[in-house]
Ligand binder design. Structure first.
Ligand SMILES: [Zn+2]
Length: 240
């Protein structure tokens, strides 16, 4: 696969089940974009929990029906159901190169349950794209969203239509500065314990997300390839 060598930062990464990476980042951190980049580049399966729900619902699987009954009542889908879906997806042939988990786990109990399901090695590495509250407010409060397909668009698209589906672009209430701050604090309070959890296992890797998309991608690749924290070289951050 383009000569890419699997990194050597853990025993489990080269075992038959492939690597299990968790990607963490606040809404607006660019996590989705980076997840697509990494899965393309490394041939890993991007496993977004929201997509899994929709996929199972659409196929009318047993799991999908169970999930639907929770979602339709506006209730949280229980951890064991989500884990069942994640494991089922990971067992498919195309996931053999490894998976990149996006949107799950969200809490420490979920992380523990996932590690137990993936025993003995558990999750391989947790990558955290760090972006400050101020930067997220700046990014999201200028973001437009398509009312039809929910695709995001830049602030310079005011008055334009969605490039994907032609739908109307609006600023979501969620993207107003006060709402972004609130969402950030919610995310932080939920995620801090998760970061500590992976940190205590020596599995957490931070990447500075307050840069251009390409620079963040390079930094993530660097961290993945070296297995170490991102190295900050003053004045040459673009060359990582
Ligand atoms: Zn659209």
């Amino acid at each position: 696969m383009n000569g890419y060598q699997l990194p050597q930062f853990g025993e489990s990464i080269t075992d038959d089940s492939g690597a299990r990476w968790v990607l963490l980042g606040a809404p607006g951190s660019g996590k989705g974009t980076q997840a697509h980049f990494l899965s393309d580049r490394l041939g890993m399966t991007h496993l977004a929990s929201g997509d899994l729900f929709r996929d199972h619902r659409a196929r009318g699987t047993c799991l999908g029906l169970k999930v639907a009954s929770y979602m339709d009542q506006g209730r949280l889908v229980p951890d064991d159901l989500v884990i069942d879906m994640v494991l089922e997806r990971m067992s498919r042939p195309d996931a053999v190169r490894g998976v990149l988990l996006d949107g799950f786990p969200r809490t420490v109990p979920q992380a523990r349950a996932l590690d137990m399901a993936l025993a003995p090695d558990g999750v391989t590495i947790a990558l955290f794209i760090a972006v400050s509250e101020g930067e997220l407010v700046r990014r999201l409060s200028t973001r437009m969203t398509c009312v039809q397909c929910q695709s995001p668009a830049g602030s310079d698209t005011k008055g334009c239509s969605c490039q994907r589906c032609g739908g109307k672009l609006i600023q979501r209430d969620d993207d107003r500065p006060e709402a972004v701050s609130r969402r950030f604090r919610e995310y932080e309070s939920k995620t801090s314990p998760l970061l500590e959890y992976y940190q205590s296992q020596g599995k957490l890797r931070h990447v500075d997300g307050e840069r251009d998309v390409e620079e963040v991608s390079s930094a993530l690749m660097h961290v993945i390839e070296s297995g170490n924290e991102e190295v900050h070289v003053q004045g040459t951050s673009g060359t990582i």
